[in-house]
Design a protein. Sequence first.
Length: 341
Amino acid sequence: MAVSKDEAAAATQLMDMVIAHWRAELLLVAAEIGLADKFDGDGPRSAEEVAREYGYRARPMHRFLRSLAGCGLFASDGHGRFRLTDLGKALKSGAEGNARSAVIALVGDMVKPAWKEFAYGLETPDAPFEKAQGMGLFEYCEKNPGMAQFFSETMVGFHGREPSAVAEAYDFSGIGSLVDVGGASGNLLGHVLSRHQHLQGVLYDLPHVVTDAPPLLEGFGVADRVAIEGGSFFEGVPAGHDAYLLSHIIHDWDDSENATILGHIHKAMKPDGKLLIVEMVLPEGDEPHMGKMLDMMMLLVPGGEERTPSEYAQLLEPNGFRITRVVPTSSAVSVVEAVRA
């Protein structure tokens, strides 16, 4: 049977997706061995020279570098030597964006076994990660300090553009006091308060998490306007404030756990207070969106999910909230604003 041009093109497109997986695996090897760190400055190095430092064979190293050059990370000088491109420099340890940490955390042994159990997440309400690793994500990070650091750096890099985008896009002028619930070290709160000088803030997270906050808030110049409180949002939140901010909290948990969190906020907030949810709000249609891929990672690892505006309404309304608007930002996230129903 003859294959139509459309069918052939579709098959080619699927193969491109498969090859994208190969590229991710090549990136993982490069990240794990710290390959980019072996290239200082703009001078080229031969594959033989680099291989010698690792105790590897020269020819396979040449082929490896050649393939990475095909991905844009290196450039060949035509004489068997390679130099890092700007893209490749982003894979260096400590480079802005923490790409190396992200590759190791998201492509490596922390998450990879969970993909083998993906169907488990379709069959049960439990996360495939838990089946694959025998524990949840947060427990895994506690027991694997090195991976915990990679994961933490990944989150900073992954969401790096969002804090300034949220601070710029949302109008905080009508808010006097803002509680960042589960705000970690205060990066988002610091961006918001530094841009909106009238605001008073409360940083609320687990006691061992907020210990890293003071120097960061000092760096933003807002420490004198922030009260730091330790506690769990599953047990309660600080009461009597104008607005409560949940940044990448809702997407971590299932509906019953979110009901507990939202219930505590509903009880604690002022009658005319606002709930601000910062997440990658999905479009209602089929168009591509980064949040749709993140949604699969949420299904895979913590067992949470990303949502469309209508799905946020379905979550919030039974818990006493009404969405008033969804504010897009210049980053991938939006701000879902809600009030008491």
